[in-house]
Design a protein. Structure first.
Length: 370
């Protein structure tokens, strides 16, 4: 990664300067040197990708929003339907999942290799974005923060940054898990800025207990251990399928990169990753209480729902019920992948996942008769 001095871009965005938080994440999570990892040879206009980083101002002074961009090297003009923004879920950042080089290629690499101008965002309190002041105090001293409307506002800020940067009117959006409850509400009120929407493991009304949050009082944030992260990942997987679900070394690659983004948590024994509790508060107040946070019927763009059969965080019934609520989309699609969990994007069947997403985003006319 370049260690160039920070300069201010239009809209207050600043290109990143070499992530001083830890070199480990730069090496493991991103491969983010300019002209980074090779793109899939059959899809890319070039055999190399170019990476840029930006830090946008947030409402709290000193806290910035981290944005990463990957695209085919040497290209800086893209139509809106070849620009994609991704946002993460409740606990783990986008930068160490969507751009994790598993087998030498990340999900972000794959889509950039298809000719996309791809962006990811870590919300404040997550990953490579800044940590609000409440995370410097004991969790019990403050209320949960980064509620769903707050995350949707951040996404809107990043969307507007991309629209202006690329001089387009619309882009594609993709959210994972709680990220679907960020991208869904945003799209429902900003259809004019969205081409297509990918919802990976959508959140909807729950009939089963949540795997995060517990039943006690909620503080500003929660702490997750490496062991609990692995146990949650494998919840719901048949015992005889656990051994080969995650290829050798992939969990450690992800965990090393992810936990290294929180240097304060890393100093604890055992090391932990701290995550904002706004999502948990919203789950209790809305999804667990049978109250929708928004109306999917207000989404008026093409939608792909993609899900995996062993997802115990947001089980299949939620995705199926959500699908029926999409009553005003030009077209919609529901793909259920076998032998995968909530984290199928980083498992042995990840290419099935990526192929389905890529096909949805690149097809010219899904309504054609031939």
């Amino acid at each position: 990664m370049s260690d160039r001095p920070v300069q201010t871009h239009r809209d207050g965005a600043r290109p990143g300067r070499g992530l001083d938080r830890r070199q480990l994440v730069g090496a493991l999570a991103a491969g983010v040197a300019v002209a980074a990892s090779p793109a899939p040879s059959a899809a890319a206009p070039s055999d190399r990708l170019q990476t840029e980083e930006f830090r946008l101002p947030w409402g709290e002074p000193g806290v910035e929003i981290y944005v990463r961009n990957k695209r085919p090297a040497g290209i800086d003009r893209f139509p809106g339907d070849r620009i994609l923004l991704y946002v993460h879920g409740a606990t783990y950042p986008a930068s160490t999942a969507f751009d994790l080089p598993l087998g030498g290629m990340s999900a972000m690499d794959y889509l950039a290799g298809l000719g996309f101008d791809v962006y990811l965002v870590d919300l404040p309190g997550y990953g490579l974005s800044g940590r609000p002041a409440v995370m410097s105090a004991p969790a019990s001293d403050n209320e949960p923060f980064m509620r769903t409307p707050d995350s949707a506002k951040v996404v809107g800020q990043v969307v507007d940054f991309i629209l202006k940067r690329r001089n387009v009117e619309k882009i594609d959006l993709m959210g994972w898990s709680w990220g679907t409850s960020t991208m869904g509400p945003y799209t429902s009120t900003h259809n004019d800025k969205v081409n297509r929407l990918v919802l990976y493991a959508p959140q909807w009304l729950a009939r089963t207990p949540a795997l995060i949050g517990g039943n006690g009082p909620l503080g500003a944030y929660r702490s997750v251990s490496r062991d609990s992260a692995r146990a949650r990942w494998l919840t719901g997987v048949p015992e005889d399928k656990t051994a080969d679900l995650i290829p050798a070394g992939w969990f450690d690659l992800w965990a090393d990169a992810t936990f290294a983004t929180d240097p304060v948590g890393a100093k604890q024994t055992p090391p932990v990753l701290r995550a904002p509790n706004g999502v948990v508060a919203d789950s209790k107040a809305y999804w667990q209480a049978g109250k929708p946070l928004y109306d999917p019927g207000d989404i008026r763009v093409p939608v792909l729902i993609i899900h995996a059969e062993w997802d115990a965080d947001l089980p299949s019934y939620q995705a199926q019920e959500y699908f029926t609520k999409l009553t005003h989309t030009p077209y919609k699609r529901f793909v259920e992948l076998g032998e995968g969990t909530h984290t199928v994007m980083m498992e042995k069947n990840r290419m099935q996942f990526l192929h389905a997403v890529g096909a949805f985003l690149t097809e010219a006319d899904p309504q054609a008769l031939n």
